[in-house]
Design a binder for this molecule. Structure first.
Ligand SMILES: [Fe+2]
Ligand SMILES: [Fe+2]
Length: 262
């Protein structure tokens, strides 16, 4: 459902609740709720990861069938989706990884590092935020060289640890995000120590060096800029991501149909 089409036909109650919202994000939430009410299926909003610690979802008096299959609020995916289709239709916002990859390219990095920068945070926002380096590495493992997925897995830990010998400082933004007294969990400390001694340490470290912590919303980078690098270094399955029977196919399907009831 296109938001503009919806707004032009929205009922008085929906329009009033959107108008009454006092902030932009509250307006976006009100619009989303009004659009859901217009669907002929019930959509149970997924939480960031799972329902632990939350009240069980209340299904109330709504007797419509639950949503299974294409969510009309999302762009329809092709039957055999490619990585670029995911960038264009699902990864949102992709600007951070696109900017990081463009920065790595400008810095003259080799192609596998540019690819690693392009894919390093695809789990954030599109899949699962917590432990995003591990999830992100797993998503791409069957399709890239082991060094690329390894680097993405360990950028998760290494971004918390400065390495002045290569000019990587603790990100200023993390003081704001996590507080000055934040200490990473022991498993992160152990992973960083392991990675620092590994032969591929610099590949993971280069992800953190080219990671743009200061997001630049005005710089727009298109994934098309990386078509050749993706073609050379990402083994796109013929059946499409999500349908190749790989151990991670279900993870890609979950991004195609993120709001299925089950
Ligand atoms: Fe990251
Ligand atoms: Fe990042």
């Amino acid at each position: 459902m296109d938001r503009r089409d919806f707004l032009s036909t929205a009922g008085v109650a929906a329009a009033t609740s959107i108008a009454a919202a006092t902030s932009l994000s509250a307006k976006a939430d009100a619009l989303e709720h009004a659009m859901m009410d217009e669907l002929d299926r019930r959509v149970v909003e997924p939480s960031m990861f799972c329902d632990i610690g939350e009240e069980p979802a209340s299904y109330g008096g709504d007797k419509r069938p639950f949503l299974q299959g294409d969510d009309p609020r999302l762009p329809k995916m092709p039957a055999q989706p490619t990585l670029i289709d995911f960038f264009k239709l699902r990864f949102a916002p992709a600007n951070h990884v696109l900017q990081s990859a463009a920065y790595a390219q400008k810095n003259g990095m080799e192609e596998k590092v540019i690819l690693a920068c392009l894919l390093h945070d695809i789990a954030v926002g599109s899949f699962i935020r917590t432990d995003h380096g591990y999830w992100g590495a797993q998503l791409i493992e069957p399709y890239v060289d082991e060094e690329v997925s390894w680097a993405i897995r360990y950028h998760q830990a290494l971004r918390f640890f400065p390495d002045e010998s290569v000019g990587y400082e603790y990100p200023e933004a993390y003081y704001r995000f996590f507080g000055r007294d934040y200490q990473p969990e022991p498993y992160i400390v152990e992973a960083a120590e392991y990675a620092q001694k590994h032969k591929w340490y610099m590949t993971a470290r280069l992800i953190t060096i080219n990671d743009l912590y200061a997001f630049e919303p005005d710089v727009q980078v298109s994934v098309d800029q990386f078509t050749d690098i993706i073609g050379r270094h990402f083994r796109q399955p013929q059946e499409g991501l999500g349908f190749d029977g790989s151990p991670v196919a279900h993870m890609w399907r979950s991004m195609i149909w993120p709001n299925n009831f089950l």
